[in-house]
Design a protein around this ligand. Structure first.
Ligand code: NAP
Length: 495
């Protein structure tokens, strides 16, 4: 009798962002007999490349062509629009897979913990980013852009992304794949001064030099730097290494400080050594009107690192929009261990632990931001995924009750999940690109989930005349219907 074929190694990857794809790629390269299901709660794959990377950084998004190759491998399935915790549980994953790699990133924001943070006009930069990138859950963020001054708190790459988007002209923005609704809102934006605020000195800023240089190339904005802000405390001077990113950043900032402003319509100001202490409201208490900031000095800690210490001297800076860009924070999934303080899944080199410093949880792994925290560039996640997959392949994995792919399909069908596979995503992708061609944009993103599902299930080639039916504005009526349904649902729950 012929031997029954051995079951391939079945792996679930949770999150179709860079980390999920790099983990899948590492599995495919390591084993022929592997079968990977990549899940994402959104109908679209690519995670932070689609919803985090700035819309004007189109070259950076070209990395998705590698992910497309991975997804096209016959050993891989994409199951979009499936949420772990809603459509599948952690126990379901155990029942159907030898191993699960959690790679769902860190989508939440960190807070400043100062008075006034919840006023209208005070927003997390992460929400602003998701809004302008057309994330379906953030289409109604509506940042108030009717005042002349925006303050961005933090000097990482997200801070410079949001400052740049606020400072770009409508013409520059139209050449990006920014969501239609954000393009429209920014077209009439009244923001003229964008202040980027670092609590430490420029030698401690986290942004990278390439991103900083882009401010020197803005078509309709001057970049303003006070040379006095670039004089370093001896402790900062001591730590500054020649040819380091920080040294290059300082060089670029010095170049900006030496410029004579052109009298452009907008200005981006870099300020250092200030911390926000409180957000003040306008007279009727409805929205942000100013930020109280405290002047800092640099102090060397015992371990040699540098911290910002308040001097007690405060100033009041008017601002109608305040974007805190002080880092992302992960969140937990039911049935999966989580370290609230660090916002990560506790793990040892990718092996999930039942508590920080606890014991390994068989079959569960983590990769990317949910493993190590929100740091590094896209490529950093590749080495990180390779490490996690190496641990997975070293381990004695638990045997799942039912590893058949059809068992997962059946379960999802029973639970009423509308699964978007990779072919269905490619239909959405084709329509977005066709909309872009028609409207002179690199891509017009479909934002609403309902419209994405309609695009995924249709047989549209992207060439039809009525392609605009998928355009966000033309679906305003559908959004109204969605809202009407929500209101009815709420009313029936209340009664
Ligand atoms: P980040 O690089 O960690 O920067 C966070 C910033 O917030 C730092 O300047 C930090 O200052 C400041 N901060 C934190 N708490 C603060 C507080 N209470 N008050 C004032 N300032 C505070 O984080 P990110 O900008 O969110 O970026 C996350 C990761 O994504 C980074 O690795 C980044 O490089 C990457 N990313 C890359 C790109 C790109 O490659 N173009 C684009 C976007 C994001 P301290 O240093 O003083 O703590």
């Amino acid at each position: 009798m012929p031997e029954a074929p051995a079951t391939p190694l079945r792996v679930a990857v949770i999150g179709a962002g860079p980390s999920g794809f790099y983990a899948t790629d590492a599995l495919l390269k390591a084993r022929d007999d592997v079968s990977v299901d990549i899940f994402d709660r959104l109908p679209a794959p690519f995670g932070l490349v689609r919803y985090g990377v700035a819309p004007d950084h189109l070259k950076m998004k070209a990395v998705t062509s590698m992910y497309v190759r991975t997804a096209s491998d016959p050993r891989v399935r994409f199951l979009g629009n499936v949420e772990i915790g809603r459509d599948l549980t952690a126990d379901d994953l155990r029942r159907h897979y030898h191993a699960t790699v959690f790679a769902y990133g860190a989508p939440g924001d960190r807070r400043l913990g100062i008075p006034g943070e919840d006023l209208v006009g005070s927003l997390a930069a992460t929400d602003f980013v998701a809004w302008y990138n057309g994330h379906p859950d953030y289409r109604d963020v509506n940042p108030p852009l009717d005042g002349p001054t925006a303050i961005v708190v933090g000097v990482g790459n997200v801070a410079v992304d949001v400052a740049r988007i606020l400072a770009k002209s409508p013409g520059e923005l139209a050449r990006s794949d920014i969501a239609d609704h954000a393009l429209e809102a920014l077209r009439t934006s009244q923001v003229r001064d964008v202040v980027v605020l670092g609590r430490r000195s420029p030698a401690e800023a986290k942004f990278t030099t390439k991103e900083l240089r882009e401010f020197g190339e803005l078509e309709e904005a001057d970049v303003i730097v006070d040379p006095a802000d670039l004089e370093l405390h001896p402790a900062s001077q001591k730590l500054l290494k020649e040819h380091s990113t920080e040294a290059r950043n300082l060089e670029v900032l010095r170049g900006f400080a030496a410029r004579t402003p052109r009298g452009a319509e907008r200005r981006v100001h870099f300020r250092f050594l200030y911390s926000p202490r409180a957000l003040e409201s306008n007279a009727d208490g409805t929205r942000v009107a100013a930020v109280e900031v405290e002047r800092n000095t640099i102090e060397e800690r015992k371990d040699g690192s540098l911290s910002a210490v308040g001097t007690g001297a405060t100033e009041r800076w008017p601002a109608q929009l305040v974007l805190r860009s002080v880092g992302y924070h992960g969140s937990g999934l039911q049935g999966v261990p989580f370290d609230e303080r660090r916002g990560i899944i506790p793990n040892a080199h990718g092996r999930v632990l039942d508590a920080p410093d606890g014991a390994p949880v068989p079959g569960f792994y983590a990769s990317g931001w949910i493993k190590r925290g929100p740091s590094g560039v896209i490529g950093t996640n590749k080495a990180d995924a390779i490490e996690t997959v190496a641990k997975l392949l070293e381990d004695d994995l638990p045997i799942p009750d039912d590893p058949r792919p059809e068992a997962v399909d059946q379960l999802l069908a029973e639970r009423g999940a509308v699964v978007i596979d990779f072919e269905a995503w490619r239909r959405i992708d084709r329509i977005e690109l066709a909309l872009g061609r028609k409207h002179g944009r690199p891509r017009v993103k479909i934002v609403s989930r309902a419209v994405m599902l309609a695009a995924a299930s249709g047989d549209d080639t992207g060439e039809a005349d009525d392609i605009d039916a998928y355009r966000p504005d033309d679906r305003e009526d559908e959004r109204e219907d969605d809202r009407e349904d929500d209101r009815e649902d709420e009313a029936s729950t209340d009664s």
